[in-house]
Unconditional design. Structure first.
Length: 127
């Protein structure tokens, strides 16, 4: 399914969340598609099942997946996914930090805008 970076500062459960979000938003995983069980994914990734359970709980709270008792875990319709205010605030803070870095290294505003457009255009699946 995906690989984890054990040297990353991002917790493993966060990496699982981010990877599954990417697979859903990019269309690799489709609405109503069944995900591996907690135990199956934990075995595939060689992590503690509690770590996968934490990731699945986070994804369920954010609307990316839903759990059907006795049936399993499924991908939710991505059209219903909306960013939380906290996610928007976090993304804005990261953008501010990145823009400041570009400014501090002497990049012109025009070059920074070109770079941002280029990076956004690389996301061909972005509507």
């Amino acid at each position: 399914m995906f690989e984890l970076d054990l040297k990353s500062r991002t917790p493993i459960s966060g990496q699982i969340v981010d990877n599954i979000k990417e697979l859903i938003v990019s269309g690799v995983l489709h609405a109503e598609e069944k995900l591996p069980s907690v135990r199956e994914l934990a075995a595939q990734l060689t992590v503690n099942p509690n770590t996968v359970q934490k990731a699945y709980s986070t994804l369920e709270q954010q609307g990316y997946i839903y759990i059907s008792q006795g049936r399993g875990t499924f991908v939710a319709d991505k059209e219903n996914i909306t960013a939380t205010p906290a996610e928007i605030t976090d993304a804005e803070a990261r953008l501010r930090e990145s823009i400041s870095k570009l400014y501090y290294i002497g990049m012109s505003r025009g070059d920074a805008e070109i770079l941002l457009r280029k990076l956004m255009d690389e996301r061909s699946d972005w509507k």
